[in-house]
Design a protein around this ligand. Structure first.
Ligand SMILES: *[C@@H]1O[C@H](CO)[C@@H](O)[C@H](O)[C@H]1NC(C)=O
Ligand SMILES: *[C@@H]1O[C@H](CO)[C@@H](O)[C@H](O)[C@H]1NC(C)=O
Ligand SMILES: *[C@@H]1O[C@H](CO)[C@@H](O)[C@H](O)[C@H]1NC(C)=O
Length: 368
């Protein structure tokens, strides 16, 4: 078994969770589709999971389906608290093996934070030990409020390798709007606003939950920019990349985003397609909400990205160095060297219970 190095990135809304894992096995396994004459020198796997809507059982099934967890889970219940505890634990476990879990906030986290509890069930409130306990745990003095402030952001820019040549991917819960006023510097501007709004919302006294109390809106002192972050055109709620039907418009936006923030793909959830992961504009836009929870009854799915760098074989036909035997393709994996040529391969797949489906394949030669 390869030793996995894991980075797990998770974009959550009490209702929605996207979640990624990078994994670099050592030694690299042979690639079934690409010849790797000198062996892959670098390999990472990333998995993203869309909106889970508090469904702990399906969350665990998807994690297992994507090979992210083993069968030793013994979870009870089906409420949000368990999902957050699961992510908390997996984050620790991933970092213990050199990996990483990155969590992102969704609209439902921020709704909970500002006291908009319209989607919170009585059972959930009971699991937390009542309204006051739930509010306390969500506040910046409670474990979950602290966890959100420390470990969750609105947006993530994910490089596919640690090298400067790496293509990058952008993740957020909703759609990223190219005309969003605080798009750049990406993702810092968005994440700063998210953190300041969340801090405001989680600083006691917390808003009285609506219902039964009237909706109190964003916290006192919220700035215009923070309000824009949370409104319908912001990255938590906007659906444009998913629900505007005209491809010319969406691909225009995708191109604009690529130019403004330099990413290869923009990936989000929030707008479900109950049958499949949706990709548009040559997979420069990917929407991974498949309505995974039992409440929605969509398909279980995960997005997988496998990124490899394989040294370009040197032209050794006339080599006559008595001290260096010519390579025969079974040598140890290459060590990465700056200035050398590599074949970069990015494979994007949708994982379903019925198997994998290729979404995109990008292969190019790069100089590291
Ligand atoms: C952030 O996540 C790590 C790993 O789960 C955890 O150890 C740490 O306590 C979290 N921070 C807060 C403030 O909860
Ligand atoms: C889609 O991506 C492939 C692979 O990079 C590229 O060859 C092709 O030109 C792209 N098509 C469009 C319409 O951008
Ligand atoms: C060639 O293959 C053999 C095993 O098949 C291996 O022991 C050897 O190190 C390889 N490399 C070279 C340069 O001979």
């Amino acid at each position: 078994m390869p030793t996995p190095t894991r980075i797990l990135l998770l974009l959550a809304a009490a209702a929605a969770t996207l979640f990624f894992l990078f994994w670099r096995p050592s030694p690299p396994p042979p690639s079934d589709t690409a010849p790797s004459p000198g062996g892959e020198a670098f390999r990472q796997r990333l998995v993203a999971i869309g909106d889970l809507h508090g469904d702990i059982n399906n969350a665990k099934r998807v994690l297992r389906m994507a090979g992210l967890t083993d069968k030793t889970d013994h979870w009870a219940g089906g409420n949000d608290i368990f999902i957050y505890e699961l992510w908390y634990r997996l984050r620790g476990e991933a970092s213990a093996v050199g990996g990483r879990v990155i969590n992102l906030l969704g609209n439902h986290e921020v709704m909970n934070a500002i006291g908009d509890w319209r989607y919170v069930t009585q059972a959930d409130i009971k699991h937390w030990g009542g309204v006051e306990n739930r509010q306390h745990e969500l506040s910046k003095e409670g474990w979950l409020g602290k966890d959100w402030l420390a470990n969750y952001s609105i947006s993530a820019l994910v490089p596919l390798s640690p090298f400067p040549s790496a293509p990058t991917l952008s993740f957020q819960h909703g759609s990223l709007r190219p005309s969003f006023p605080n798009l750049t510097p990406y993702p810092d501007a968005i994440n700063r606003l998210g953190h300041s709004l969340l801090t405001r919302a989680l600083t006691p006294p917390l808003a009285k939950p609506y219902p039964p109390n009237p909706y109190s809106g964003l916290p006192a002192g919220t700035t215009r920019e923070e309000a824009e972050l949370y409104d319908g055109g912001g990255p938590l709620w906007w659906r444009g990349l998913a629900d505007v039907e005209d491809d010319r418009i969406v691909c225009g936006w995708a191109k604009e985003l690529q130019e403004k923030i330099g990413v290869r793909r923009v990936i989000g959830g929030h707008t479900p397609d109950f049958d499949k992961i949706v990709h548009r504009c040559n997979a420069s836009v990917i929407i991974i909400d498949t309505g995974i929870s039992y409440a929605y009854g969509g398909v279980l799915s995960a997005l997988e990205i496998i990124y490899t760098l394989t040294p370009v074989p040197k032209d050794d036909a006339h080599r006559q160095d008595p001290f260096v035997a010519p390579g025969n393709g079974t040598d140890a994996p290459h060590v990465l060297r700056a200035g050398e040529k590599y074949i970069e391969r990015e494979e994007v797949n949708a994982i379903y219970q019925t198997g994998k489906k290729r979404i995109a394949l990008e292969v190019r030669q790069i100089v590291l």
